[in-house]
Structures are given as C-alpha cells and as structure tokens.
Design a protein around this ligand. Sequence first.
Ligand SMILES: Cc1cc2nc3c(=O)[nH]c(=O)nc-3n(C[C@H](O)[C@H](O)[C@H](O)COP(=O)(O)O)c2cc1C
Length: 229
Amino acid sequence: MEAEKLMFWRSVNLMLNSMLYEIIKSRRSVRTYDGRMVSREVLSRIFEAARWAPSAHNAQPWRFIVVYEDSIKKRLAKAMADVWLEDLRKNGVSESEALKIVEEESMRRFTESPVLIIVGLTMRDMHKYPDERRMRAEYIMAVQSVAAAVQNMLLAIHVEGLGACWVCAPLFCQEIVKKTLKLPEDFEPQAILTLGYPVGECNPPSRKPLSEIVWVLTSEKGELTAWRI
Ligand SMILES: Cc1cc2nc3c(=O)[nH]c(=O)nc-3n(C[C@H](O)[C@H](O)[C@H](O)COP(=O)(O)O)c2cc1C
C-alpha cells in the first residue's frame, strides 16, 4: 500500500514538473484582447503570485496600480504618446509615420486593453548607503525584484486563460506618468502590463539556443565551452 502511494505521488510530481515547463514555454506576450472585463477574484490571484516572488532583503519593492477607467487610460496614453511623438521627431521620423506609430503602438494598445496594471518600484524598504556604488546596487536589486514579480504575474495571467504584454513605455517618461496619474512620490513607474482575454493565437518568437547563452568555465585561464545537452 505504501509503495503504491509512493508511486502515485511520484507520477503526480512528474506531471506537475512537465506542466510547469509547458506553462513557461507556452506563455506569450498578448497584444490584442476582446472586450471582456477581468474579475477582481482573478486579479487577486495574479497579485498573489506577484507577492510570492523572491526579492532582495525580502523588501518586496513592487507596487501595482490597477486602471479600469477608460478616461484615465486615454489621459495616460495621450500623455505618454506626446513624449514618444517628440522623441520620434527628434529621430527624424516623418510626421505622418510618427503619428501612425504612436497611434497604433501606444494609444490603441493602452485604450483597448480592458485592464492596465502600472508596475512601480519603491526604494522605501531597501537598504540605505552613503555611497553611490552601493546605492546603485540596491536600486538594481529592487529593479530585479520587481521584474521577478512581473514574471510570476505573467505566468499566473497565462494559467488564468488571460493574456498580457509587458510594456516598457513608462520608463521613457516616468515623471509624466507620475504627474498624469498623481502617483505617490515614492512610486517609480517601471512598466505597464496591458491585460485582457486574448484574441487569436500568437506564434512563439524564436529563442537563442542554449549553446549561445550558456557556457561552462573550463579552466583557470577563463576558457569557456559552449553548453551541450
Ligand atoms: C523589459 C521588457 C520590456 C518589454 N517592452 C515591450 C514593449 O514596450 N512593447 C511590446 O509590445 N512588448 C514588450 N515586451 C515584450 C517582448 O517583446 C516579448 O517578451 C518578446 O518579444 C518575446 O515574446 P514572448 O513574450 O511572446 O515570448 C517587453 C518585454 C520585457 C521583458
């Protein structure tokens, strides 16, 4: 009986393992949604996944602000689009092309997403140092911790049958985002997640092979050998 139980739990474990890898691999950045709203229960589970991410000093420097209101989404999208438009003009992109890019990749994306999650970072509970070198390391740790939380959320979003896209636009206009949304002083915008029920299937973008991203350090002289399975 004991042996049977053990066999059963071993096979459950094996199944869970392969499910985890499958979930990681099948998650996609989703950029088109149908109009269905996302319930608070589902959002709570997604934030719960964020809460359990690892963080430096367990400081949990992530903060999230949910936006449902169309009028707020529009105001935010317009404010960020204006900054992007100005940057595109500086790059010498023609006015008509710049307007098209901003309309399609910014205004539409944000206003047509049923939910926006503004991802922020706070340094409130990170360590404080008198020198720039250590403060920079602390800041990077906070950024890395926030990114870990976002990845947990993206996986939770995927298993909930939802789709999301991690959008970095706020990084290019952090003060504008803060001012437009009247965010707390210590909330530093890092990203926006657009979120909703996906429309259509997305093909997986290619990935670099392991041999291009993993090496074994094979000698004291710093020789590297590409990873082989
Ligand atoms: C830090 C970060 C910033 C990103 N910014 C954007 C963005 O601004 N717009 C966008 O459409 N996708 C953005 N993405 C999504 C990537 O384009 C996407 O993850 C990548 O192409 C791989 O596709 P996949 O997520 O479907 O595997 C971002 C992803 C990360 C991690």
